[in-house]
Design a protein around this ligand. Structure first.
Ligand SMILES: Cc1ncc(COP(=O)(O)O)c(C=O)c1O
Length: 461
């Protein structure tokens, strides 16, 4: 039986039951007035704990197990997990399941902070791989499979490889090739597909990671698929040898013991909607509206276009207009907020809730900006060597576990040759210039001075 059905049935057949259990609003019998006004009564009516007939996300046996089974059927996986703590929890749980202290793991340098946190928690030793960089758009794109193969050739006993695909800006890596390489060296492949939750439901050439050979993929349903924050999914692919119990154990190490039924209900509703005829039509409409926007915009507006990129991420630049200035005008004059702006381009994230009307307003604003002859472009010189990976002396876990008194802060000008005790990244694009435990070379310090307004830095004493 589904979670939605179970909750409906509760009110049909058991509503007179007196629950002396958590949560303490007792299914909305008392709701603090502001919450009632802002969230409505139904949210509380759907909020249960593990009462009789309901299930337990830590050890699903009935309705949650059924939901997970239905989701795995829809996605064609060996097993799928419902996450009510975001992709963050799925990423960390996968790492806890597959990695032990001292294990080596290939990690894309553009990884989300949750992967770094997973390194701290597992004690694994990262071997960083730099994604390709596109200077025309100031974005990181795919991971070159050759770089992965080279790492395997020179390091033995690598347990896993973790990459982000698609990236924030929608660029996919060649998961099929990377997964073959990982299999050749008996390593597991985890793909952070947080931004690719719609992919399973689109008619495109690009296949979802779990259908391209990845062992695990993780989706944020809240980012693009219409679910509330932070509804997510973790999938183990049909052919993976990973034991699902290990993932459950990993999740149980970090998850709350009071998972939200409203969020689980939202996961069920979202996945079923995406898989329905209605959902597919809605997604087709979204992609058509975006394509229309791109085709009908003023020719001075250039849209990022790649066979390996998701069209729903609108990355653009305007001829002769500085990107930062364009973002400022959009915000101040047109009341339009973009996801982020880098030194070359602006990113607008769309999703199931992006209407044609909203896209038309964006187009009108962009057209106006592109026609303004008084806006001039400033030239951004990007330093090429800022993408080198510094040498590490400590793993993320080892440096995290050093006593607080081993860290001090000194002026950047005196930091050459010291070991960083804090991460430094220039946002966007957000790749760390240095991570804790890595050596601050003159190159790295010059990049930090050039790209970040930072006078001092935390180092190991
Ligand atoms: C690439 C990537 N992975 C993982 C996450 C974490 O997702 P969640 O917010 O669902 O925990 C994010 C969030 O911004 C992300 O951008």
């Amino acid at each position: 039986m589904s979670i939605i059905r179970k909750i409906k049935d509760y009110y049909k057949f058991s509503k007179n039951k007196l629950l002396f259990t958590t949560p303490s609003h007792t299914q909305g019998e008392f709701i603090i007035p502001v919450m009632k006004k802002m969230l409505g009564e139904n949210f509380f009516k759907c909020d249960f704990s593990e009462i009789e007939g309901f299930d337990n996300l830590r050890q699903p046996e009935t309705i949650i197990k059924d939901l997970m089974f239905q989701i795995s059927q829809i996605y064609g996986t060996k097993q799928s997990f419902v996450l009510t703590n975001g992709s963050t929890s799925g990423i960390i749980a996968s790492m806890l399941a597959l990695l032990k202290k001292g294990d080596s793991v290939i990690v894309a340098r553009n990884c989300h902070i949750s992967i770094y946190n997973g390194l701290v928690l597992t004690g694994a030793n990262p071997i960083w791989v730099m994604p390709e960089y596109n200077p025309d758009w100031d974005i990181f794109t795919n991971i070159n499979p050759d770089k992965i193969e080279n790492i395997f050739k020179t390091n033995n006993k690598i347990k896993a490889c973790i990459i982000t695909s698609p990236t924030y800006e929608g660029n996919y890596s060649d998961i099929e090739t990377i997964s073959k390489i990982c299999k050749k060296y008996s390593a597991k492949l985890i793909v952070d597909e947080a931004h690719g939750a719609l992919l399973n439901f689109l008619d495109t050439e690009i296949q979802p990671a779990v259908k391209s050979g990845a062992d695990i993929s993780i989706h944020s349903l809240h980012k693009t698929a219409g679910a509330p924050n932070p509804c997510s999914l973790l999938h183990i692919s049909q052919n993976s040898e990973i034991n699902p119990d290990l993932i459950q154990q990993g999740l149980n190490l970090i998850n709350t013991t009071s998972p939200s039924y409203p969020l689980m209900l939202a996961v069920e509703a979202t996945v079923k909607y995406l898989a329905s005829k209605q959902g597919k039509t809605k997604l087709k409409e979204l992609y058509k509206n975006i394509s229309d926007l791109k085709k009908s915009s003023n020719k001075k507006i250039n849209y990022y276009n790649s066979r390996y990129a998701d069209e729903s991420k609108i990355l653009l630049k305007i001829d002769n207009v500085d990107s930062m200035l364009a973002a400022e005008i959009l915000n101040k004059q047109f009341n339009i907020e973009e996801e982020y702006t880098n030194r070359k381009s602006l990113l607008f994230i769309t999703g199931i809730g992006t209407t044609k009307n909203k896209l038309n307003k964006l187009k009108a604003a962009l057209n106006k900006i592109s026609e303004n002859k008084t806006l001039t472009k400033t030239v951004n010189n990007l330093s090429e060597n800022r993408f080198t990976i510094p040498k590490a002396c400590y793993t993320p876990s080892d440096i995290y576990n050093l006593p607080d008194n081993s860290i001090t802060e000194i002026p950047i000008n005196y930091a050459s040759g010291k070991i960083a005790a804090e991460p430094v990244a220039a946002y966007p694009p957000g790749i760390p210039l240095v991570l804790p435990g890595e050596i601050l070379s003159n190159d790295v310090l010059n990049q930090i001075k050039q790209l970040c307004e930072k006078d001092s830095i935390k180092i190991l004493k």
